[in-house]
Design a protein around this ligand. Structure first.
Ligand code: GLN
Length: 449
């Protein structure tokens, strides 16, 4: 037993609670999928630290089917860029079933890359690399998202190839509108292979977590796609990932998601977690019945809705002071200066745009006008590039207003002094400890007095 088993326990509870939700049946239009065990039910969660939790049949292999679509869209965006991909595939919810003929009037572009029409085109857009044919590239990309080498279930592939006339027809129709980059037969063959790649719920949760973590696989730590690509894929998943049920899903569950006809389902909590379920019985839209029920309950009970972001007061600035908590000074005069004129702002954790605004506001509130302020970054773990330039500009403005600033920056988070100088127009004194910084400010003030 370990403390983190509490997370596993909640997945197990979901499995017990929703394991016999009735309704739905495994897809059988691909005959091989009809053989799936309808009672298999696996759940998995992967955190941004790469911690993996699972319950039930989370390591039972099944074919990825449409859950591959966001990842191949990610590959296409990384290789070709958004503008080029958008010439071929749109990003509007189709409001139609996954296998609908949803082509944009006028251009003939498929509505989005999450429905079959758009996914077939997206797959067809992936070019051969000098050392890797297109399908190998697709397979490797899926494997990097999953953090292990994946393979193709040849039986499912053959089963779909023999019965997939609707997708073949779709591909021909797209070619007729002029938006199919390769031969339709080749495109569909590659797409069927991609759909037949074998994964487990744990793999899918890792793949979802990679999208959540800005394109970095949190288990292997590999940057699989750039952060901007991951963000765009999540945007399309949020609006189009659940086919004609996408709006309702975003409304109620509030997580970018993608389902597949073999019973896989992923949901992404950006910067928080990747979730996946596997349960073959599907509703009429082609989404896993139990998977949806479990994810809905998880989202509601644990407050995971994307738009539900209660701000955490006190999470960035841990101290704003003008006089308290300062070390005693060697002389009475020194102490007076210290207490009256040196403020301290201590920040903690990761500093992004939102956190930087809090820090800058606290700097203004701290200390008297004309006094000094010490910005203590000792407990700050990371400053992103946006926050970095905000801090430099803010500190520069302080000194332009006649307030002396010093920073406690033992790990050099504000960058080399030269960079800081360029940003702030001043030589910002750096100290290793808060005591030294306060002392330094007080001495400087006393010297000026
Ligand atoms: N929604 C899905 O998972 C569909 C994938 C399946 N291979 C098809 O094209 O029909």
């Amino acid at each position: 037993m370990s403390a983190a088993d509490a997370v596993t326990d909640s997945l197990k509870r979901m499995r017990a609670e929703f394991g016999d939700v009735p309704g739905g049946r495994p897809a059988d239009y691909i005959p091989q999928l009809g053989l799936a065990d309808p009672d298999a039910f696996g759940l998995a969660l992967v955190s941004m630290d790469g911690h993996r939790y699972s319950a039930g049949e989370a390591e039972v292999p099944f074919t990825i089917q449409s859950v591959s679509k966001p990842f191949i869209y990610a590959l296409a965006l990384s290789v070709l860029g958004l503008d080029e991909v958008s010439r071929w595939v749109g990003a509007e919810p189709s409001g139609d079933a996954f296998n609908a003929i949803s082509l944009e009037p006028g251009t003939g572009r498929p509505a989005n890359a999450m429905v079959n029409a758009g996914a077939i085109v997206t797959t067809a857009l992936i070019p051969d690399a000098p050392d890797e044919p297109a399908f190998e590239r697709i397979l490797h990309c899926l494997g990097r998202f999953a953090g292990r080498e994946l393979d193709v279930d040849e039986e499912v592939f053959t089963s779909e190839a023999m019965t997939g006339d609707r997708n073949r027809a779709l591909a021909y129709l797209i070619r007729a509108t002029g938006t199919m980059p390769v031969d339709p037969v080749l495109a569909v063959d590659r797409y069927f292979r991609q759909c037949a790649v074998r994964v487990t719920a744990l793999d899918l949760a890792t793949m979802a977590a990679t999208l959540a973590y800005g394109g970095v696989n949190p288990v292997t730590r590999e940057q699989v796609v750039p952060a901007e690509v991951a963000a765009r894929v999540l945007a399309v998943m949020a609006t189009c990932g659940m086919y004609d049920g996408s709006g309702e899903w975003l409304l109620r569950i509030g997580l970018p998601a993608k389902s597949g006809v073999s019973g896989g389902l992923i949901a992404v909590g950006p910067a928080r977690f990747g979730l996946a379920t596997y349960s073959p019985p599907l509703d009429t839209s082609g989404n896993s019945v139990r998977g949806q029920a479990a994810l809905r309950a998880l989202s509601e009970r644990y407050g995971l809705h994307l738009m539900l972001n209660p701000a955490l007061p006190g999470s960035t600035v841990s101290l704003v002071t003008t006089a308290d908590d300062l070390p005693s000074a060697p002389s009475a005069e020194h102490e007076r200066v210290l207490h009256e004129q040196v403020g301290v702002v201590a920040a903690q954790g990761a500093i992004d745009f939102t956190a930087a605004e809090r820090v800058l506001y606290a700097l203004d509130e701290s200390g008297p006008d004309g006094g000094s302020v010490v910005l203590d970054l000792h407990d700050v773990t990371v400053v992103d590039s946006v926050a970095l330039s905000m801090l430099h500009i803010g500190l520069g403005r302080l000194s332009a207003d006649g307030r002396r600033a010093a920073v406690v920056d033992p790990r050099g988070l504000l960058g080399p002094t030269e960079t800081a100088r360029k940003g702030t127009g001043q030589d910002l004194p750096r100290y290793a400890t808060r005591e030294a910084a306060v002392e330094g400010c007080a001495k400087a003030l006393a010297g000026e007095d």
